[in-house]
Design a protein around this ligand. Structure first.
Ligand SMILES: *[C@@H]1O[C@H](CO)[C@@H](O)[C@H](O)[C@H]1NC(C)=O
Ligand SMILES: *[C@@H]1O[C@H](CO)[C@@H](O)[C@H](O)[C@H]1NC(C)=O
Ligand SMILES: *[C@@H]1O[C@H](CO)[C@@H](O)[C@H](O)[C@H]1NC(C)=O
Length: 269
């Protein structure tokens, strides 16, 4: 059964306003990765007035990265059945134009209503797609056994504590040991256990990463947080497009990926 036929069947069987199932979101993420590989957004079941946003700017989908064929080396997705949102991280290191693409797919009535991406390429914050690929594919973000799963609240709180700690070093962040951070292409997970840590220093105050938009998956123990990251890009004092993709195991942070977009080379740093 093709993707569209699947969605049609689901729509007829469950009524137009049904909540999402994990299978629906999984199929949508698979279709999204294929659409990006082909550069063909029309292959997705888009709602009538889909909004397409790259780095917080709404643009014509036909002019976006999703309309370019991109060689994809690795992808990882999480699924929020409560909010009907799928999140996918794509690493395109061997593509002629390397990218790291972090995308939220929002649904309503079984159709995609919004596609929102943080898209990094050369010149963005310590961007290195080859290194991103090397480390991202070695990490294990497997399904967590049902008796060991954290609640949505615990997973969200772990992610929020990490972001809050940037502005207030007194916030207790539940870092695991080890905890590996992949920031652009820089990785802490190849260090000895004592320095394999995600701990971040405080940024100059006042500092607050606002406009947080969450995707939470209890089964994979993950949260993705799109946010406006201040300070780093001098031309965007209120924050530049950024996201943190975080894996939590029994309440502790195991992995963090950060993608941050710069309006000038490496945010002028
Ligand atoms: C479509 O989206 C645009 C921009 O967000 C909005 O102004 C317009 O009202 C929408 N049209 C419909 C039919 O929802
Ligand atoms: C995306 O990842 C899945 C799971 O690892 C894999 O089966 C699929 O081939 C990947 N898609 C592309 C286009 O690389
Ligand atoms: C930053 O936010 C403040 C307060 O909302 C606003 O007055 C200002 O214009 C914003 N600056 C930029 C560069 O967007």
């Amino acid at each position: 059964m093709g993707f569209n036929a699947f969605w049609l069947t689901v729509g007829l069987a469950s009524g137009a306003s049904a909540a999402c199932t994990r299978a629906q979101l999984e199929d949508a993420a698979t279709a999204y990765v294929k659409a990006q590989a082909a550069g063909k957004p029309d292959a997705l079941l888009l709602g009538p007035n889909v909004s397409y946003v790259e780095n917080d700017v709404q643009i014509d989908i036909a002019k976006g990265v999703l309309s370019q064929a991109v060689t994809i080396d690795f992808n990882r997705s999480i699924f929020d059945t409560t909010q009907c949102i799928a999140f996918t991280e794509i690493t395109a290191a061997t593509n002629k134009h390397p990218y790291v693409i972090d995308t939220r797919l929002l649904f309503s009535d079984d159709k995609i209503t919004a596609i929102q991406s943080v898209i990094a390429d050369a010149g963005d914050w310590i961007f290195d797609a080859t290194s991103h690929l090397k480390w991202a594919k070695q990490e294990k973000w497997d399904s967590i056994p049902s008796d060991k799963r954290d609640t949505r609240a615990v997973i969200k709180a772990a992610g929020d504590a990490y972001l809050d700690s940037w502005g207030d070093g007194k916030v207790a962040v539940p870092y695991g040991t080890p905890c590996a951070r992949l920031e652009g292409g820089a990785y802490t997970g190849d260090k000895s256990p004592s320095t394999n840590t995600c701990k971040m220093p405080e940024f100059p105050k006042p500092f607050s990463a606002g406009n947080r938009r969450y995707v939470i998956d209890e089964e994979l123990g993950a949260v993705d947080i799109f946010n406006d990251f201040p300070f780093i890009d001098k031309t965007k004092p209120n924050g530049t497009s950024s996201m943190n993709f975080i894996r939590v195991e029994t309440g502790k942070i195991r992995y963090i990926h950060e993608t941050t977009v710069c309006s000038t080379k490496n945010c002028g740093r």
